[in-house]
Design a protein around this ligand. Structure first.
Ligand SMILES: Cc1cc2nc3c(=O)[nH]c(=O)nc-3n(C[C@H](O)[C@H](O)[C@H](O)COP(=O)(O)OP(=O)(O)OC[C@H]3O[C@@H](n4cnc5c(N)ncnc54)[C@H](O)[C@@H]3O)c2cc1C
Length: 469
């Protein structure tokens, strides 16, 4: 049986980033990737500035510089009724990037495969976890038709939202299928605001669009569950919130080759992100609706958080994984809650959500600070749940102001109840987050002396891994 410091299941954005991060600590990494065809996938193409920054920090600067990517300066949110567009800029001096999914991901895997300390097995698949405890993991993987058994000090599950490895580890999950995404490419000249990610809100369906290469833009249309391209062909009125020319281009693209790409939009949340000597990263740990385009930035953040945790607790996997879980939890909680709240606000058809949309429009129109704060939350620059709750309440306040303006006439009483009720989940989330932080602070205070003893004498992660086998 072979031995290796770290096995990573999955060579997507999360797996590549973790491989780079842990190799930098001097650990020997085996990355096993099942080889999903990224040229056919509808998935991450817009990367926020935080993600770009983390990629540089993880040593992928040469890959980022070689990408033929499009700059993204923030979001352009186009409301259907009343017809207005608001620009939400990133902070001063920072830009995100957008490019086709395979063009983004394939070079990351190639780059990580060239690194010292990293071995990549492509078209290989983790098939079973036979044993997992505080001393390590024994697992099996299939490569070139042969099944291998390996013992590792740390197993990283970076195998995506449906994560087979999460199930092999017996980690419970919450799964909810939300909608179906259809993606086509169109002429980027149809986008009203170059260098922005577009959100088309308040129409019969929600849609996103951004340039992915010179002259080419991706449009993603969020359709009810079970929809197909045929659904959109038969009901062109679903595209009412898009500018007329863009809507026509989408209809035309439905008739052409390549066929539209489809994906399901899901909430997929793991109950815990670590067990024994195994840890979940990226979508395997948490996945939500992609309208905030925060999935990949979150993968890279996970990689850096795991690196930092193992660096701090080189001889104690359990302590390191607990630290990783605590470090990433607040930002994840905010990201998932925000995606859910925004999806309801952007696509919801009931009175409460219509009123909330009016509140967003009024808030962003009257407060440039508010527009920047919203973008900081959207792009994961601002991870605090209490800031999200504060901004949500401000939007609700603006919704009430808008209700009593000429725009909101006739909607007042019907909307007030649902609007107030919609603020419940973010407020409850903030409270739960505060309680949890206090609990984990207390937990750390009580257990710290034990960890201090366990750590004594371990100088580097590499040596500690070796001595701990
Ligand atoms: C429609 C849509 C649009 C999106 N848009 C954006 C966006 O604009 N911006 C953004 O940041 N995010 C976006 N996302 C989210 C983003 O795509 C994901 O967050 C990101 O791809 C997650 O990366 P990952 O490495 O965790 O998982 P994945 O990218 O899913 O990679 C998982 C890897 O694991 C491998 N694998 C699976 N099973 C096994 C196994 N048993 N053994 C070994 N390997 C295995 C697969 O081959 C695959 O390579 C979008 C998602 C969707 C669905």
């Amino acid at each position: 049986m072979d031995e290796v410091d770290v096995v990573i299941a999955g060579g997507g954005p999360a797996g590549c980033a973790v491989a780079a991060a842990l190799a930098e600590l001097g650990l020997a990494v085996l990355l096993v990737d099942a080889g999903v065809d990224r040229h056919k996938q509808l998935a991450g193409e817009l990367l926020h500035p935080t993600g770009v920054r983390d990629l540089h920090a993880l040593g992928f600067g040469d890959v980022v510089d070689a990408w033929v990517s499009q700059p993204v300066r923030g979001f352009a949110v186009r409301f259907h009724a009343p017809a207005r567009t608001l620009l939400l800029p990133y902070g001063r001096g920072v830009t995100g990037l957008s490019l086709e999914h395979a063009t983004l991901t394939v070079p990351l895997l190639e780059s990580v495969g060239r690194r010292h300390n990293v071995t990549v097995y492509s078209r290989a698949r983790v098939t079973a976890v036979d044993h997992n405890d505080a001393r390590g993991v024994r697992l099996r993987f299939c490569y070139q038709g042969v099944e291998h058994t390996v013992h590792t000090r740390l197993l990283v599950a970076a195998d995506g939202r449906a994560s087979p490895v999460r199930r092999m580890l017996g980690i419970a999950e919450h799964h909810q299928r939300l909608s179906t995404m259809l993606g086509v490419t169109v002429d980027s000249a149809c986008l009203p605001h170059p260098e922005h990610g577009h959100q088309f809100v308040g129409g019969p369906v929600h849609a996103l669009a951004y340039a992915i290469q010179p002259g080419v833009a991706r449009v993603m249309v969020d359709l009810p569950l079970g929809s197909t391209a045929q659904t959109l062909k038969a009901r062109p009125e679903l595209l009412l919130a898009l500018p007329r020319r863009l809507g026509a281009e989408v209809q035309q693209a439905l008739e052409q080759r390549p066929a539209p790409r489809m994906a399901s939009n899901d909430d997929w949340l793991a109950e815990t992100v670590w067990a024994g000597s195994a840890v979940l990263v990226g979508d395997a740990a948490a996945c939500c609706h992609p309208l905030t385009a925060s999935g990949m930035a979150s993968c890279f953040h996970d990689a850096r958080a795991l690196q930092e945790a193992l660096h701090r607790h080189p001889g104690h996997i359990a302590r390191a994984l607990e630290r990783y879980a605590n470090e990433r939890r607040p930002a994840q909680r905010t990201r998932v809650a925000l995606a859910s709240a925004l999806y309801s606000a952007f696509a919801g058809q009931d009175e409460g959500m219509r009123a909330l949309r009016m509140g967003l429009l009024h808030y962003w129109e009257h407060s440039p600070r508010g527009a920047r704060a919203s973008m900081a939350l959207l792009s994961s620059e601002e991870p605090r749940m209490r800031v999200m709750a504060r901004e949500y309440l401000r939007v609700v306040g603006h919704a009430f102001i808008a209700m009593f303006s000429p725009l909101g006439r006739g909607r007042r009483l019907r909307s007030a109840g649902p609007l107030l009720r919609s603020a419940g989940p973010p407020l409850r989330g903030t409270l739960a987050s505060a309680m949890e932080q206090m609990g984990s602070w207390l937990h750390r205070r009580v257990r710290r002396p034990v960890y201090r003893l366990a750590r004594a004498g371990w100088a580097s992660p590499r040596r500690a891994f070796a001595s701990n086998r």
